[in-house]
Unconditional design. Sequence first.
Length: 264
Amino acid sequence: MLLTVAVVPGPPALVAELMGSAAHELDDLRQAADLVVSRAVSDLARASADAPGSEPVSAQLVIVGPGQPGEFCAAGPVSFGSFGREVMVPALVEGGQTDRELPTPLMVARHLAARDIATHPGHADLWASARWVTTSGAAATALGAELRQDGTHVALILVADGAACHGPKAPRAEDARAPAYDGEVCAALASGQPGRLAQIDTDLGHELGATGPQVWPVLLSAASEGGIGEVLWKGAPYGVGWAVASWHPDPTVAGVSQSCLAVT
């Protein structure tokens, strides 16, 4: 059962140590990403602890990034050396292993995991047992259906970038359609109605270099329609649209207790 969702972008620029003197330019983005991730994990921990009955409820943290469908080991240390600086992210589990070809969005999420644990040590066990997945297309829809039908409480962290065509310094050629496209995505996320994401032109998203269309089917398939959405941060400081957002099912629709949705 999907309990909570955090949406974060996946650029290596989120790792302040990689940015040198320019690191401060994304401080607000990092703070928003830290907040939304920590809230999602806190919601999951609280829901499991507060569940009625004597038997503990299973809880699963699932991190999903764009890419060819696959599942990865990411419990060991992670190095950002390939990005120009030897920044090491500590292991989630002593002796844990990390796949050598861990995709960049999942590497960035691992960095966010380390930051969350540093602030909330009690979250360490949930991160240690997390699933690390990349997906797209039909596989993304199937993953969402799996998460929805499973009796396990699930916190989903989606790693997704918007259009890569904002302004003359963007990674792709500037495209005047980029702001409106990312505006639609942010409006859909803020609405709390995942179905609105399905109404956004997927082909246009791919054309603009957005990775969101690869992971939105997970949310569409896993979530109930009645929800509470919030966009905590949005912008395109380096020519790529990035957003930080959250989603919860509406407790009056989905039967989720208000205590499970409290924010710490």
